[in-house]
Design a binder for this molecule. Structure first.
Ligand code: ATR
Length: 282
């Protein structure tokens, strides 16, 4: 039964543009309903030039919390009162909590990615990890993996310069994790505990960002793409008997972490996962 909206109902939402395809409202509303919290979660279409007034609107309308998505994750930073160290390192915010008009920004994408490894299970501690990509998702992955004490993070990207910049930025912040730019050829026989695709390759085409057949020692594969649920990369992992997961877990767990950041309640993970899988099928 949906929560009745009354005078004390707390309002949450997502700011994005476009925002019409978001899965966040149904899964967060389900969580509020399940925990019997007097709250609703709405989509807010915010054009880039309207971001500042939209953030002021959070304060003036006393909105309790929001998620922030494309294209606002970086531009929102200067409008906030406080940013968590993790979001600061990532350089992007996906979740804001309103504490009596003070807006606290955090980023749950990296933690969501780590939590999704529970399906294997896999711990990054002292492990060697190869990340494909050098975009915003790569930044979340690097910060989460280095904070979880990965031993080595290799970066491969089409535009080598971008990967190089990431390695230069993050190496001094995480001195205990070696962050190196490399090429597929150099890693053919290197033991890789985990491969993560953070590029968009495989989302709309039947391309793969890496040919797994050329590697002899990859032990786990993660593709953060969730549509399609089984990319060519994951098909290949399946054929080669390498344990793999797609991006549904990251999407789910970033939401669960945001829910907890707002409400201090553990999210009903399994219910939210089932809802998400249902939505992805429809
Ligand atoms: P996000 O914020 O979701 O991570 P992004 O910042 O646009 O998205 O990054 C997209 C990533 O996918 C980049 O690493 C990009 O490579 P470049 O840095 O060379 O642009 C990668 N990518 C996108 N399309 C690609 C393609 N056709 N082949 C290889 N890499 C691709």
């Amino acid at each position: 039964m949906p929560i009745p909206v009354i005078g004390t109902t707390q309002v949450y939402g997502i700011l994005g543009y476009p925002v019409s395809h978001t899965f966040s409202p149904p899964i967060h509303n389900l969580a509020f309903e399940t925990l019997k919290l007097n709250a609703v979660y709405l989509p807010f279409k915010v054009l880039p030039e309207q971001l500042k007034p939209a953030i002021e609107g959070i304060r003036s309308l006393d909105i309790a919390g929001v998620n922030v998505t494309i294209p606002h994750k970086i531009n929102v930073l200067p409008h906030l009162d406080e940013i968590t160290p993790t979001a600061e390192k990532i350089g992007a915010v996906n979740t804001i909590r309103n504490e009596d008009g003070r807006l606290i920004g955090t980023n749950t994408d990296g933690l969501g990615l780590l939590r999704s490894f529970q399906k294997f299970p896999f711990s990054p501690k002292q492990k060697t990890i190869l990340i494909l990509g050098a975009g915003g998702s790569t930044r979340s992955a690097i910060v989460a993996l280095a904070e979880a004490q990965a031993k080595t993070i290799y970066l491969i990207n089409r535009t080598i310069d971008k990967a190089q910049k990431l390695a230069e930025e993050f190496s001094p912040i995480f001195p205990d994790t070696s962050i190196e730019v490399t090429t597929p050829e150099k890693l053919k026989h290197t033991p890789i505990d985990l491969l993560i695709n953070t590029t968009s390759v495989g989302m709309k085409s039947s391309e793969t960002p890496l040919d797994l057949n050329q590697f002899s020692q990859i032990r786990h594969v993660v593709d953060i793409i969730y549509s399609p649920q089984k990319t060519v990369l994951l098909e290949q992992a399946n054929t080669l008997d390498i344990p793999f997961i797609n991006g549904v877990g990251m999407l789910l767990h970033q939401a669960c972490e945001a829910f907890q950041f707002w409400t201090n309640h553990a999210a009903p993970v399994t219910l939210m996962e089932n809802e998400l899988l249902k939505l992805l099928k429809s």
